[in-house]
Design a protein around this ligand. Structure first.
Ligand code: OAD
Length: 239
């Protein structure tokens, strides 16, 4: 759950942007790596408003399978390491991931930019959002106003309602970390440009690269499950 932007007077704030690579070692496929989800599915057929109109059953099935897989996976060493940061820092996670592994690991402030697999919503009233206690939704499953339920996911071509809160968080970071994302999907990839120039930044990803125009960034080309326990130890020690 997202818990507010006001900064604590006593704790430094660490803001993180996480992507599919964060959950890769839990066994969830990324999107753009070899054998990633977008190699085996066409984005426009399963993750767009047009797909929902043309073939809602295929869209529901795609997200049902993702939701079912969530029952079989666990947080990895990277998720667990980030929880330890909360001993000393105000840790605000902005995730592009629709899984709930940060929450299950124990992180307390998680903002989901691209929606949440475990939630569904009404197709006529976007404020009617429901937590699912099972993995499958079918054609014919309806909200209380009688319209079909859809995945609570931001599809390509849709607005990203949480981006303003995420931007405000990025601006207030004392330390900013990017973990396991290819940094090609906007507006998420643009958040780093709102972080203060002097703020220390880390980019943890086996394919991490120095982001153009970004100062004070340490590039750590390792998997999250290996790099994060060590990086967290270091930050807890250095303050
Ligand atoms: P991508 O699949 O584009 O990128 C995954 C990144 O994770 C790559 O840079 C990999 O190098 C890295 N990676 C792989 N294994 C890793 C590991 N063990 N530790 C750390 N990094 C690792 O996924 P995202 O950048 O998250 O949007 O994609 C962004 C958005 O595009 C997603 O949220 C999704 C997708 O289309 C929607 O569905 C709206």
């Amino acid at each position: 759950m997202y818990l507010g932007i006001t900064k604590s007077n006593t704790m430094k704030r660490i803001v993180l942007l996480t992507g599919a690579g964060m959950s890769a070692e839990s066994g969830i496929s990324t999107f753009r790596d070899n054998n990633g989800l977008w190699e085996n599915h066409r984005i426009e057929e399963v993750a767009s408003p047009e797909a929902w109109v043309q073939n809602p059953e295929m869209v529901l099935d795609f997200y049902n399978q993702r939701r079912k897989q969530l029952l079989e996976v666990e947080p990895n060493a990277g998720h667990l390491a980030l929880v330890r940061l909360e001993k000393k820092f105000d840790v605000q996670i902005i995730t592009q991931n629709v899984d709930d592994l940060h929450e299950r690991a124990g992180s307390s402030k998680v903002l989901h930019l691209h929606g949440e697999l475990k939630k569904v919503r009404s197709t006529i009233d976007p404020t009617l959002v429901y937590e699912l206690d099972h993995w499958e939704i079918k054609l014919g499953d309806k909200c209380e106003k009688g319209s079909q339920l859809r995945p609570h996911i931001v599809w390509f071509g849709e607005a990203v309602p949480m981006i303003d809160k995420a931007t405000e968080l990025a601006k207030t970071a004392d330390i900013f970390m990017v973990i396991g994302t290819s940094m090609v999907v906007y507006p998420a990839a643009g958040l780093i440009h709102y972080v203060e120039r002097e703020t220390p930044k880390f980019y943890v990803d086996p394919k991490a690269f120095p982001v153009h125009g970004i100062a004070n960034m340490e590039v750590i080309r390792q998997k999250a499950g290996k790099a994060l326990p060590a990086l967290v130890d270091r930050l807890l020690k250095e303050g």
